[in-house]
Design a protein around this ligand. Structure first.
Ligand code: MG
Length: 442
């Protein structure tokens, strides 16, 4: 695998001689976490957050190049590189710059911009003699605002989230060994002990155009956020980090136990851990309950609205009537002559004895389209009027036929069939109503 042009190599234990005796030795049972040079711990609490941070020089290094920021709601870890009086200067500049330029709200884009500003500050620091040329550092930062957490990071310091007892790594290392892991060439466990584990591919302090990865995730009361330098993640496995994070009652005990575990495993590097608990002071829960109530109210309103529409539609259909056809006869239908989602909105109520062929053509066409009437009684009344008209026409035709048979044909131009071209009174109403019909009846 070819390496990116930007490679930053941090000194390993073999690269850098010890400048002082290690404060603890591997396997020592009484690790005095607060006594060593380069060790520091702080803790704090707000209405929604409870945190603790600890950094330790480790057992093999002579000085601590790590820095951390615990300025609620912003928290960060930075791992410096460049040797004595350089790495710690770089990481110190980085966290100070992040503290100054971090956004007020959980905006990951702005938090990433804060890390990019810190990059410029580290470069400027090297140029102005604050540190040394070539110094650099990692930076992993979070900003927690209620149930949102913005994350931004560069390098191989990490951010984890412990949610419901499960630890999830949120950040992706910018390191050579991470690329090997991504390529499937080595495993995560092999990466922890790989000879090139200290080679990082993106860091603050060298490239003015460097950019930070950033994103925002949801957090909830009970979540535990963990930031650390590789002095922790390279010494113990994620499963151990998870076990300790789960079993530690408070952020302070969590950082103490995690740093102690790294030292127990050898403490090859400076180790820094920040643990932040998302506390439940009622604000988050009240916010969640308000959201639940709001959604419940909206759901109830929506259900009520659709129920009202359905009820009104059903009542309208149940009280609607029209005349149509059923085969060759006139029929009375209940409902409206239409369909909805494949379901007919009408039902056959009654088939009459009135034959379509006894009615004028125009009226037959209107009946096939459906003739709306106001009630069942009106439907019967209209059908009866059809029947009366037919009988009248038949009687008239019979009279004409009788006269013709008797040789007294006084109306030679009269029609010889009972059907008349003069539409009954009802037809004019039917024709006006025809325009309101969507489809023909049966
Ligand atoms: Mg380190």
């Amino acid at each position: 695998m070819s390496l990116p042009w930007q490679l930053l190599h941090r000194p390993t234990t073999q690269d850098e001689p010890l400048e002082q005796d290690p404060v603890n030795s591997p396997g020592h049972e009484d690790l005095e976490l607060t006594e060593g040079a380069g060790a520091e711990t702080i803790s704090g609490v707000t209405t929604t957050l409870k945190w603790a941070a600890r950094t330790d020089v480790g057992l093999m290094r002579g000085h601590n190049e790590d820095s951390f920021l615990a300025q609620a709601p912003v928290f960060a870890v930075s791992d410096g590189m460049g040797g004595h009086a350089a790495g710690e200067v770089a990481s110190s500049i980085a966290v100070s710059s992040i503290a100054e330029s971090a956004p007020v709200h959980a905006d990951d884009l702005l938090l990433g911009a804060a890390i990019e500003s810190a990059n410029a500050a580290v470069i400027e620091g090297a140029a102005t003699g604050k540190g040394k040329p070539g110094m650099g550092c990692t930076a992993s930062a979070v900003l927690i605002e209620q149930n949102k957490m913005a994350v931004a990071h560069v390098g191989d310091s990490r951010v984890y989230l412990l949610h419901n007892g499960a630890l999830v790594r949120l950040t992706h290392d910018h390191s050579y060994v991470e690329e090997l892991v991504d390529a499937g060439e080595i495993t995560a466990d092999e990466a922890r002990v790989h000879p090139s584990r200290s080679v990082i591919t993106r860091a603050l302090g060298s490239d003015p155009d460097m950019y930070a990865d950033h994103f925002t995730i949801d957090v909830s009361a009970g979540d535990r956020v963990l930031l650390c330098s590789d002095g922790l993640s390279s010494m113990i496995e994620d499963s151990q980090i998870e076990a300790i994070a789960v079993s530690s009652a408070t952020p302070q005990s969590a950082v103490d136990n995690l740093v102690a575990a790294a030292l127990q495993e050898g403490g090859h590097d400076n180790v820094t851990v920040v643990v932040v608990d998302v506390a439940d002071d009622g604000v988050i829960e009240a916010h969640r309950r308000r959201r639940v109530r709001w959604f419940a109210l909206m759901f109830t309103i929506a259900i009520g609205f659709f129920a009202a529409v359905f009820l009104a539609g059903t009542l309208f259909v149940r009280n609607s009537w029209y005349l149509g056809t059923n085969g060759d006869t006139v029929a009375i239908y209940r409902g409206i002559n239409a369909s909805l989602l494949g379901h007919d909105l009408y039902s056959l109520s009654e088939t009459t004895t009135v034959q379509l062929t006894d009615l004028p053509d125009a009226l037959q066409a209107s009946l096939r389209n459906g003739i709306v009437v106001s009630s069942e009684d009106e439907a019967h009344h209209t059908v009866e009027s059809y029947r009366e008209q037919i009988e009248t026409e038949r009687a008239h035709a019979q009279q004409v036929a009788d006269k013709s048979t008797a040789g007294t044909d006084t109306s030679p131009e009269s029609p010889a069939v009972p059907k008349t071209d003069q539409e009954p009174e009802q037809e004019s109403e039917a024709s006006s109503e025809e325009a309101n019909q969507d489809e023909g009846g049966e």
